[in-house]
Design a protein around this ligand. Structure first.
Ligand SMILES: Cc1cc2nc3c(=O)[nH]c(=O)nc-3n(C[C@H](O)[C@H](O)[C@H](O)COP(=O)(O)O)c2cc1C
Ligand code: SF4
Length: 376
């Protein structure tokens, strides 16, 4: 029986335990996408906090795939030293780090993307801020190539693995979803056709990094939207990727417009509300041979341990608990098994947009309150 605090392997990459920091946009890059020294500090702190694998915030593979302020770019060789500062800091602290590669597609706004956003089809759906332009076949090929180039940079710059973002309504997910993909060419229609872009990205990345370098995906197992990607279709995508040699699949669900079933659900304040993608992850696990990670609402040691030990999932990934407490894995490992202190309020998004970087606003308020009441 596997346990949370035992070593694990993903495509030859050995991890100290089965806890993963799920990709978390930090909002700390320069406006041109260059990672900052502050970001390197954040990743150093995370590595020291004992998590087995860190997955970076999403990094856009082309500037027209940028969606949020302070998002990092991995579209240019110019940032080599800045990324090396991050991977070296993590390795010096004994950690492992993967970079998450993304193109936001129609979820980008023209202000961030610098152009009319590109999407599988020119349809204005709720999750898109504006009407995108339909990608031509040659533009699709260019974006596939950009994923490959980005993965090559990541490998050169010391990342231990790459993960491409196939969840939360971004471009790969847009191709998978019949709601956003209305194409009638080889990229639309049947689920096999809707998987084509995803598989082209996978093969380009694989060709670039080679067979012995870990390649992972974060995949929506459902969009939790009427007309969006459904679990049966996600299972086809997962099975095909597994047969093609993907090294791990992280299962998530939802898009920004999936209401209370969005990827970062609020008010996870009881064990029964935790692990809200567990069933979907088990559905994916049933059809693949590679390790499956699950993300979404893990707050208690017992719930995380159960996902691995009882349900046989490879890894448990967390985002918000590690914003509040980057040292949570070490705390659990060392015997303090009280739940994560994150109250799932989602207050951390706002400073990422408005103050040059995410932080836990609840912790800050608590600190200020203590400071205010402390006697001189
Ligand atoms: C501030 C913030 C930034 C996020 N950025 C990303 C991201 O860059 N890529 C991604 O796949 N998911 C991102 N997510 C979603 C998380 O990785 C995770 O899937 C979700 O929050 C559920 O996990 P949790 O309950 O442990 O937070 C982000 C979430 C938060 C709160
Ligand atoms: S602001 Fe703090 S408590 Fe609220 S979700 Fe973010 S990390 Fe958790």
């Amino acid at each position: 029986m596997a346990t949370l605090f035992e070593t694990s392997t993903i495509g030859g990459m050995v991890l100290a335990n089965r806890l993963v920091r799920s990709a978390t946009w930090e909002g700390m890059s320069d406006p041109d996408g260059r990672p900052t020294a502050r970001m390197a500090g954040l990743y150093d702190t995370l590595a020291r906090g004992g998590v087995g694998l860190i997955i970076s915030g999403f990094a856009y593979v082309r500037p027209d795939g940028k969606q949020l302020p302070g998002k990092m770019g991995i579209h240019t060789d110019d940032f080599a030293d800045d990324y090396r500062r991050i991977t070296e800091a993590v390795h010096a602290a004994g950690g492992k780090i993967a970079v998450q590669l993304v193109h936001a597609g129609g979820q980008a706004g023209s202000q961030m993307a610098g152009t009319t956003p590109l999407a599988p089809s020119a349809v204005k759906v709720d999750q898109f801020p504006e009407q995108p332009a339909e990608l031509t076949t040659s533009q699709i090929g260019d974006i596939v190539a950009a994923f490959g180039d980005a993965a090559g940079r990541a490998k050169d710059w010391g990342f231990d693995a790459v993960q491409f973002h196939g969840a939360h309504g971004y471009l790969i997910n847009q191709f998978l979803s019949p709601l956003t993909n209305r194409r009638s060419d080889a990229y639309g229609g049947s689920i096999e056709n809707r998987c084509r872009f995803l598989l082209e990205v996978y093969w380009k990345v694989r060709e670039t990094v080679g067979g012995d370098y870990p390649v992972m995906i974060k995949l929506n197992a459902s969009d939790n939207l009427d007309g969006g990607l459904m679990p049966e279709d996600a299972a086809v995508a997962a099975r095909t990727l597994s047969q093609s040699g993907i090294d791990a699949i992280e299962v998530s669900a939802g898009t920004p417009v999936s209401g209370n079933r969005n990827p970062s659900r609020p008010k996870i304040d009881a064990p029964e509300k935790e692990a809200y993608h567990l069933e979907l992850a088990l559905g994916i696990k049933a059809v693949v041979d590679c390790p499956v990670m699950v993300v979404g609402g893990f707050r208690s040691y017992a719930v995380a341990e159960e996902a691995v030990a009882r349900h046989g999932l490879g890894h448990v990934a967390m985002s918000r608990p590690l914003i509040r407490e980057p040292g949570l894995p070490a705390r659990w490992r060392d015997g303090d098994r009280s739940p994560a202190r994150c109250i799932s309020c989602n207050g951390c998004f706002k400073p990422g947009r408005e103050e040059g970087g995410i932080y836990c606003v609840v912790e800050k308020k608590e600190r200020e309150k203590k400071g205010a009441t402390r006697p001189d």
